[in-house]
Write a protein that binds this ligand. Sequence first.
Ligand code: BV8
Length: 237
Amino acid sequence: MSRQHHKSIVVLTGAGVSAESGISTFRALDGLWESYRIEDVASPRGFAANPHLVHRFYNDRRKRLLSGTVQPNRAHRALADLEASFRGAFLLVTQNIDDLHERAGSKNVIHMHGELLKQRCAYCGDIEAATPQLGITDACARCHRTGGIRPHVVWFGETPLRMEDIYSAIEDCNLFIAIGTSGNVYPAAGFVAAAAAVGAHTVELNLEPSAVESAFAEKKYGPAGTLVPEFVSTLQG
Ligand code: BV8
């Protein structure tokens, strides 16, 4: 269906869209990263129990993202091109905390799980650009208290960001595309059901069927760097 038939597009991306840029997916991280489960490290409980460990987990990922070796890939660029040339409403919701969508040129992006390159003060809520290596002695630029600086990231058990804006865009969309997400983490994994409930056409572009693949009307499997430019070109009919 060409894009002219669509009035409003919502795209949801997960770790798989950044895999070809060299950023590990969670399934890989889970495997690679110490013997901790991500849900244990990426949680308020995990941070309270061992802030050094959690800071190291994010400092390592931030260092890699800032290293210059990680660049947007063809999938990121195709999504930026789609947004630039689409005349209807377009929203890109990402579960990823990297900045590759923005670096590829995407404008209307919601990071529902926060951003690796930002830090937040647990005391006063102040959000700043993250210093490259966060630690427990860092002081807040606004309230000047120490010990409360954390990555501006949504952990398991915490409420994702801008949920009202996301659900309102989904209610208005007639095309919902999920890319590079395993469909294991809620509420993101439930977005396809919300889109289908309002009659949107739903598309899954992934390396393999996700945990919610049965909810999608259309499914294509393969690397995002190949699938996404191809799918975007079908919308340019
Ligand atoms: C909340 C930030 C309440 C941190 C992240 C029991 C049942 C159901 C739900 C729950 C439950 N118990 C607890 C919950 C809730 C919980 C949850 O869902 N847990 C799961 C584990 C069961 N969720 C929460 O706690 C959320 N908060 O529910 O609050 C609420 C609800 C509604 C409204 C208001 C309040 C908060 C979750 C956020 C956690 N933070 N990230 C960080 O990044 O370190 S989650 C983190 O993991 C990511 O952000 C991402 O969301 C998730 C990993 O998912 P994916 O992105 O899909 O990555 P994954 O590796 O799993 O999959 C990659 C996919 O890509 C694979 O399918 C692979 O095949 C594919 N792929 C690989 N390479 C490629 C590719 N595809 C294409 N091309 C390739 N080259």
